[in-house]
Design a protein around this ligand. Structure first.
Ligand code: TTP
Ligand code: MG
Length: 359
């Protein structure tokens, strides 16, 4: 059902969908055990040191949310039903949802188990009809609700899907951005993470309205390359394409030096720099890695690699650096090194990482 019909002047132009399942893990639990319906359901740790992965909308009325420590949740909602996550089941349901999405377009970008972008440019039917069909089918065949945003780019579609949760549909067209965007907090802008938010707050910038006053150059000086992207994004411009092969096997940073070196201290200095960059990439992509690999290539082009697989997934820069140093120490360096790299593989997304905190 369309809850929010905004000004639809150029409906054909609206061809990017962002969809996000409502209270996903908890909703799967309710689907599998309908007796849970109507009660506050919290999926997460049984132990005091664990965290909430999600709570259904009943439980959210008690102020419970993802990432909240389990003990705090129990204080706020002692009569809640606390369940351990069943990741395999969530993945299975997720696959069923995605196979329905793929029936509408092959241009599906999977962001996580319960979230995707769809490009419906080549779908012949009216975009609003398409949304209604997707929602209805997922509800009828799987029994779960989702919230959908429809717009003409990714940033706005994602903003829209979050607008009217749960079970909502929000459409943002060109005409509506002038009223929708200015009052929003800057953290709503894709690309403004906690660090950038703080930097902007420090100079008195809290809303998109404030942000709109800043020149592109100023934003680039302050936030680097993403400053320019943000400058256009808040004006409703975002050219990011739907990326259908987003699932990655590994992420790495490597470089060939101008001056080959065999000095371990110099190599470690580079390694530190690369580890920090790798950590930044992982955080940006909301990924954590369980296997860290260091690779070197010497002046005779001989490569050596060393890897370590950990018991938990990590993304912290100092942890990556520390493991990287151990791995580098294991490599026998008797020639000058021309290339050094560090990478993370065995990747999982943020939501799965959270589970390992209490398992
Ligand atoms: P979200 O889509 O962020 O949350 P949600 O689907 O539970 O609720 P909403 O209706 O607000 O969309 O995340 C999807 C699933 O990912 C969620 O059900 C549980 C998991 N998750 C975590 O494990 N840790 C987290 O910090 C978050 C935010 C989610
Ligand atoms: Mg969700």
């Amino acid at each position: 059902m369309i809850k929010d019909r905004m000004n639809l002047d150029k409906i054909k132009e609206l061809n990017i969908i962002h969809l996000d399942m409502d209270a996903f893990y908890a909703a799967v639990e309710e689907k599998d055990d309908p007796l849970l319906r109507g009660y506050p359901v919290i999926v997460g740790s049984m132990s005091n040191s664990g965290v909430v992965t999600t709570a259904n909308y009943e439980a959210r009325k008690f102020g419970i949310h993802s990432a909240m420590p389990g003990f705090q949740a129990r204080v706020r909602c002692p009569h809640g039903i606390y369940l351990r996550p069943r990741m395999n089941r969530y993945r299975e349901v997720s696959e069923q949802i995605f196979s329905i999405l793929h029936e509408y377009t092959e241009k599906v970008e999977k962001i996580s188990v319960d979230e995707a972008y769809l490009d419906i440019k080549n779908v012949d039917i009216n975009p609003i009809k398409t949304i209604e069909k997707i929602k209805k089918r997922v509800y009828r065949e799987i029994g779960l609700t989702m919230s959908i945003g429809l717009s003409y780019n990714k940033f706005l579609a994602k903003l829209a899907s979050d607008w009217n949760k749960p079970d909502g549909v929000t459409i943002i067209d060109r005409k509506s951005i002038d009223t929708i965007l200015p009052p929003l907090e800057i953290k709503k802008v894709h690309g403004i993470g906690p660090k950038s938010e703080k930097r902007l707050n420090n100079i008195g910038i809290y809303t998109i309205r404030d942000l709109l006053q800043l020149e592109e150059d100023f934003l680039t000086d302050l936030l680097g390359k993403s400053g320019s992207e943000i400058y256009y994004r808040i004006r409703g411009e975002d050219n990011r394409e739907i990326d259908t092969c987003r699932e990655r096997k590994s992420i790495g940073v490597e470089r060939t030096f101008h001056n080959d070196t065999s000095e371990i201290e110099v190599l470690k200095k580079h390694l530190k720099n690369f580890s920090y960059q790798l950590s930044e990439e992982l955080i940006k992509k909301e990924l954590h890695s369980r296997t860290i690999t260091v690779k070197v290539k010497d002046e005779k082009f001989k490569s050596q690699t060393r890897s370590r697989t950990l018991s938990t997934h990590i993304c912290d820069k100092d942890e990556i650096y520390e493991i990287g140093c151990d791995l580098l120490d294991e490599i026998e360096i008797n020639k000058r090194i021309r290339l050094l790299g560090v990478s993370g593989s065995n990747l999982i997304s943020r939501d799965l990482k959270q589970l390992s905190l209490f398992d």
